[in-house]
Design a binder for this molecule. Structure first.
Ligand SMILES: [Zn+2]
Length: 467
């Protein structure tokens, strides 16, 4: 009997949305497009503060700015959550060239990967071995690799429609390339930039040495795609050429930083929490407008849009500006840890961290019962050309909040241009379109509104902790 009741309850929630919902979504979209704040906020964050690498002065300024702006929104609570973050500093601009065996040199564009050690102050020069993957490393072995710079040149796959999948197929070269090459005696690593475009911009990003002792760590840099092509072509003509690079980055002790949190406390179920967020830190080469200034201002805008659309949420809604997604995920982990310690029931969390481009929909990490409920809302989004509702990942920062019964989601904008800018000097305010950014914020606010109105699917609650 209990099962039948639950089933009926579940079905009723699966099939219902109302005309009121349609009207509210219309209001949310029109507020965002005619009276939005997201673009103005992004302008300040990008152009007045700039790139916000964890532990930097700019990251600190961004924290203060985020708190002040949330305070202006008249939320019920705004606070900072302490979190210790790594501090890596790039130092002087990197320098690199290819030197032919006849001693002719050609300058190329590189940047240190985040977390890399510096080269010797005079730089590092060695012969190069080009490879596509770790299997090749193993085949070549120490005999061919010892004393050389390993050049990882596997390009992103062009025929994948989601460029995130293409990125996923390549990024191990950047993340683990140094630690893998070091095993065979490599002295340095150069990685083809993670972009589908051929241009002169190197793209940074995080890397790991695992637990390798300091003295065994080899420097790692990204090279622009044009220069990766040049290096590859040059190697075919002259396998004895040498590559020179110099970088002076360094790793400092962890420093204190913060997640910035604002809350509208729920009127009926204050102990059911819904989170919307993006990450406040960014890489240092651009101003981090797409990654993830866009997600930050869209998340702030969600709470503002709900307010100006006259919605009084039943559940507590938090905006979280996470610190240190790029090179540590300390903020996301800290938020989830604290939520767990306090026994807070997070029913829903949505992250925007895929760029400020035209929204297409969402990916959901949840049970089938919850996913079916979400699918029932899909027609509501049709007028806004939002159609992508698929199961998949959510976002790095909200991922640690996962439970058996909650719903995690990620905004999925069009991804075709994202990796033109990702972690490169071209990730700037000028690359963000105002209306695309605003459509994303409205799309997020609409989903948050629907979860607030209907909650998660009761069927999913059978195995969940009662609140
Ligand atoms: Zn990001």
């Amino acid at each position: 009997m209990k099962k039948i009741l639950l089933l009926l309850l579940a079905l009723s929630s699966i099939t219902s949305y109302s005309q009121t919902d349609q009207e509210i979504l219309k209001k949310i979209y029109s507020q965002s497009l005619t009276n939005g704040k997201s673009y103005e906020w992004l302008d300040y964050l990008s152009n007045q503060i700039g790139g916000r690498l964890s532990g930097s002065l700019q990251a600190e300024l961004a924290v203060q700015w985020g708190k002040q702006e949330l305070e202006k929104l008249g939320l019920d609570k705004v606070w900072l959550q302490e979190v210790m973050v790594p501090k890596w500093v790039r130092g002087a601009k990197e320098y690199a060239f290819i030197e032919s065996s006849k001693k002719q040199t050609t300058n190329v564009n590189i940047c240190a990967l985040g977390g890399s050690v510096a080269t010797n102050p005079l730089g590092l020069k060695a012969k190069v071995i080009e490879i596509q993957n770790f299997e090749e490393l193993e085949k070549l072995g120490e005999a061919q690799i010892n004393g050389k710079i390993v050049f990882y040149n596997r390009p992103m796959q062009e025929d994948l429609i989601s460029t995130f999948n293409a990125y996923g197929g390549c990024v191990n070269q950047r993340y683990k390339g140094a630690v893998e090459a070091q095993k065979y005696g490599a002295v340095g690593v150069i990685v083809r930039s993670m972009t589908l475009r051929l241009d002169d911009l190197p793209h940074t990003g995080s890397m790991t040495y695992d637990n390798l002792p300091l003295q065994k760590r080899i420097p790692a840099a990204a090279i622009s795609t044009n220069d990766a092509e040049l290096l590859s072509a040059s190697l075919k003509l002259d396998k004895d050429l040498e590559f020179y690079f110099k970088q002076s980055c360094s790793q400092f002790k962890d420093v204190l930083s913060y997640n910035v949190i604002g809350e509208i406390t729920g009127s009926e179920f204050p102990k059911e929490y819904m989170v919307v967020g993006g990450h406040l830190d960014s890489w240092d080469l651009g101003d981090g407008s797409h990654d993830d200034g866009a997600g930050v201002v869209q998340s702030m805008e969600v709470l503002r849009l709900l307010k100006v659309s006259g919605i009084r949420p039943k559940r507590s809604i938090r905006v979280v500006l996470f610190m240190n997604e790029e090179n540590g995920l300390r903020g996301g982990n800290k938020y989830a840890e604290e939520a767990k310690r306090k026994g807070e029931n997070h029913v829903f969390a949505l992250e925007s961290d895929a760029g400020g481009f035209t929204p297409r929909g969402f990916s959901f990490d949840c049970s089938d019962a919850n996913f079916n409920q979400v699918l029932s809302w899909k027609p509501l989004f049709q007028p806004y050309l939002i159609h992508y509702f698929e199961k998949g990942g959510s976002g790095a920062d909200v991922g640690p909040l996962k439970t058996a019964s909650n719903v995690l989601a990620g905004l999925r904008p069009d991804s075709q241009r994202y990796f033109d800018h990702h972690h490169a000097a071209s990730d700037t305010f000028a690359a963000v379109n105002k209306r695309e950014l605003e459509l994303g914020a409205a799309t997020m606010a609409s989903l948050v509104y629907l979860f607030d109105t209907y909650g998660t699917n009761p069927l999913s609650k059978q195995s969940a902790v009662k609140n």
